[in-house]
Design a protein around this ligand. Structure first.
Ligand code: NCD
Length: 312
């Protein structure tokens, strides 16, 4: 049996650090947060979260900040790295050693893979990985799972397609790992150049049924969930490689017409052009609801890690 005590003081570096029971528990707490918002309002009063983002972000940064504030805690945001001492040559580890004196929890986003792990090795307080290069984005996967559970009422038994940049898209890596805890069939759909990272594929294909495809068309009628991602232009080493795949897939009303009536379309956002705007107003589009579920999920994970629920 999972208990809130199991989460206290833990880092959230990779989704692989959490088993199915723990993921289910985090989602149960997210349900509870929504049902009982008033009881959670002052839960983290006196606690501080440091937000260190070395890469652009709208949702993740604001969502962590909103989650912390709704729980009555404070946030300290380093702001643009160009304004911080990093510009003077300060190392990440020195920044972490300094910041941990001001906070109870660090949320870090960094362009380098392994950055969150390094930060956690140095820090005496928990570190949450808010995105580490092209590697992982574990809290996004938690909120993606939660969105599926909320919209489809279950995760087991579903057929799920992940479409887009499976090579550089960190959310797709964390989500694929997370889904491999459940009884799902996963279709990984991408241009050849952007196929799923081999290490992720190796891990998940030992656990669930996985099929790699270059086109979504033939599986559309089967899907319960279609998770779409943008091409991660900024991570391409070579611009000409990017141009080869740019605009190679797009979800439109025509795509929806080939899918089950109650299939859902998800996206971690930001969207560029891979989902037509016309899809937004259909009941299938849940990517803006996903943002709300993200807030509940982050309120859950922060409360658990900071031990605010373990007295219950
Ligand atoms: C994603 C990210 O930063 O990896 N955004 C997010 O956190 N919701 C997806 C992306 O940038 O494409």
């Amino acid at each position: 049996m999972v208990s809130p005590k199991d989460f206290v003081g833990r880092d959230v570096l990779s989704i692989l650090d959490f088993n199915r029971e723990e993921l289910d528990y985090i989602m149960d707490v997210a349900d509870e947060v929504e049902r009982n918002m008033d009881a959670y309002r002052g839960l983290l009063s006196g606690k501080t979260m440091a937000i260190l983002f070395f890469e652009p972000s709208t949702r993740t940064r604001l969502s962590f900040e909103a989650a912390m504030k709704k729980l009555g805690g404070l946030t300290l945001d380093m702001g643009e790295p160009t304004r911080a001492s990093i510009e003077k040559g300060e190392t990440l580890t020195d920044t972490i050693r300094v910041v941990q004196n001001y906070a109870d929890l660090i949320v870090l986003r960094h362009p380098k893979e392994g950055a969150a792990k390094l930060a956690a090795e140095v820090a005496d307080i928990p570190v949450i990985n808010g995105g580490s290069g092209a590697e992982e984005h574990p809290t996004q996967a938690m909120l993606d799972l939660y969105t599926i559970r909320r919209c489809k009422k279950r995760i087991d038994g579903l057929r799920i397609g992940i479409l887009g940049d499976l090579k550089y898209g960190r959310t797709t890596h964390s989500l694929a790992y997370a889904l491999s805890n459940y009884d799902v069939k996963l279709y990984l759909v991408s241009p050849e150049l952007l196929r799923m990272r081999r290490e992720v594929l190796r891990h998940i294909s030992g656990r669930i049924e996985v099929q790699e495809l270059e086109s979504i068309d033939q599986v559309l009628p089967e899907l319960d969930v279609l998770y779409v991602t943008r091409i991660q232009k900024e991570r391409f080493v070579d611009e000409s490689e990017y141009l080869k795949v740019k605009g190679s897939y797009r979800v439109t009303i025509d795509t929806l017409s080939k899918m089950k009536k109650d299939a859902i379309i998800m996206h971690p956002l930001p969207r560029v052009d891979e989902i037509a705007i016309e899809v937004d107003s259909t009941p299938n589009a849940v990517y803006f609801k996903q943002v709300y579920y993200g807030l509940l999920t982050r309120m859950s994970i922060i409360s658990l890690v900071l031990g605010a629920l373990s007295g219950k």
